[in-house]
Each structure stands twice: as structure tokens, then as C-alpha cells.
Write a protein that binds this ligand. Structure first.
Ligand code: SF4
Length: 212
């Protein structure tokens, strides 16, 4: 019999005590401040660390505690997958392959992608057709070319009725889009983005790395 710290000695080899201790330890891990945390139903998956921008305070540069996924099979247990980076559009052929592979393995959930880059070509078209949604962010350092790209993408989004499309614009450059506001109606949702230095995923999301 081994003693643990309670008012009375407890036999931790006893199956009943053992299962109670396991339960208490699991609940302890899953709760924070006494409130049950949400189950992780969404995998937010970093597929590349490459990026064509260098936004100050980017999580991409100081994230070092991400769980690495070795086998695509691990992704199948989630209800939704959010592809992120880095900039996934820089490796769009690989992302298309990933989508095909996930579907061929039976993944039936929604697949979304975060991006801040777009080129109007066949591969982008194939990718948009295979995603359930995208979130396109216009960062504070946007150039005139980024605004041209935003207009192009808005016109394409308007033709993709299956796609949930979210447009995030950094609040520091919101005014530059005053005259483009008629394009906002082409998107499912438009949001003014406040830059946050914290890079925590949402409560229901698990951040993971699956490099392509
Ligand atoms: S676009 Fe995103 S990943 Fe790239 S530098 Fe900016 S915040 Fe980081």
C-alpha cells in the first residue's frame, strides 16, 4: 500500500480508487478555473512557415510549441480543419494535394483556409473550388498591388457560391477601402481586424503542424 496526501492513507492500487484518481486527474486537465474547456473539434494546421510578408509581431516567428502531426490519419478525427501558415497560397499545389488526400481518406468535415495572398491562376481556382471557406486578411502593410488583388479576388469570390468567404482588414488601413466598399457585399462577412500580439487559437481549436 502506498500513501498519498489525504487525511487517511489510501490504497491507490485498489481499482475503485484508481479509477477515481484517473477521473479527477482528467477533469483537472480539462478544466480551467473550474469551467470545463470545450472539446477540440477543429484542427488549425500550419502547413508551411514560408511567407511573402514580414508583419511585425507575427506568430509565425515566435510559435515554438506546436504539436507536430506525423500522419495525416490524425487529422481525420477532427470535425473541421483550418489550413494556415505562413502563407498556404505559396504552396497551393501541395495544399490541393492535401485536400484530395483528406477527402480520399474519408474526411467529410469542412475545410477552411487562412490566407493573405492571391494569384489569379488555374491552381488558385481549383483550390477555391475544393475549400469550404477562406479567410482573406489585408494587413497594415498592404501595398497598392494588394488592393488590386483584393478587387480581383472579390470578383472571383462572387462567382463561388459554395464558399464561405471572410474578409479581414486591419483597422489601421480600413479608411483606404472606403471607395471599395461596394465590393464588400461579395463576401459572406467583412470584419475590421484589431491586431493582437497574442496568438492563441480559439478554445475549440487545436494548433498543430503538418508541413507540406
Ligand atoms: S501574413 Fe501572416 S504569416 Fe505572414 S508575416 Fe504576416 S502575420 Fe505572419
Amino acid at each position: 500500500m502506498k500513501n498519498i496526501r489525504t487525511c487517511h492513507p489510501v490504497d491507490i492500487e485498489n481499482p475503485l480508487v484508481k479509477s477515481m484518481l484517473e477521473y479527477m486527474s482528467r477533469v483537472g486537465r480539462e478544466t480551467k478555473g473550474g469551467i470545463m474547456s470545450k472539446p477540440k473539434t477543429t484542427a488549425r494546421v500550419i502547413v508551411t512557415y514560408q511567407c511573402n510578408r514580414s508583419c511585425p509581431g507575427c506568430c509565425n516567428t515566435h510559435e515554438n510549441s506546436v504539436r507536430k502531426i506525423e500522419d495525416i490519419q490524425e487529422l481525420l478525427k477532427y470535425k473541421e480543419i483550418v489550413i494556415t501558415g505562413g502563407e498556404p497560397m505559396l504552396i497551393k499545389k501541395d495544399v490541393i494535394r492535401l485536400l484530395l488526400l483528406l477527402r480520399s481518406r474519408g474526411f467529410a468535415g469542412k475545410i477552411y483556409m487562412y490566407t493573405a495572398f492571391f494569384e489569379d491562376d488555374t491552381y488558385s481556382d481549383i483550390l477555391l473550388d475544393r475549400l469550404n471557406g477562406i479567410t482573406f486578411t489585408i494587413h497594415a502593410e498592404a501595398t497598392e498591388n494588394d488592393i488590386v488583388v483584393f478587387k480581383q479576388l472579390s470578383n472571383i469570390i462572387a462567382t463561388k457560391s459554395h464558399l464561405n468567404s471572410r474578409l479581414f482588414i486591419d483597422s489601421r488601413i480600413w479608411d483606404r477601402f472606403q471607395e471599395s466598399q461596394r465590393r464588400f457585399s461579395m463576401w459572406s462577412e467583412v470584419r475590421k481586424l484589431e491586431w493582437k500580439d497574442e496568438c492563441k487559437p480559439a478554445e475549440h481549436e487545436e494548433l498543430a503542424e503538418f508541413l507540406l
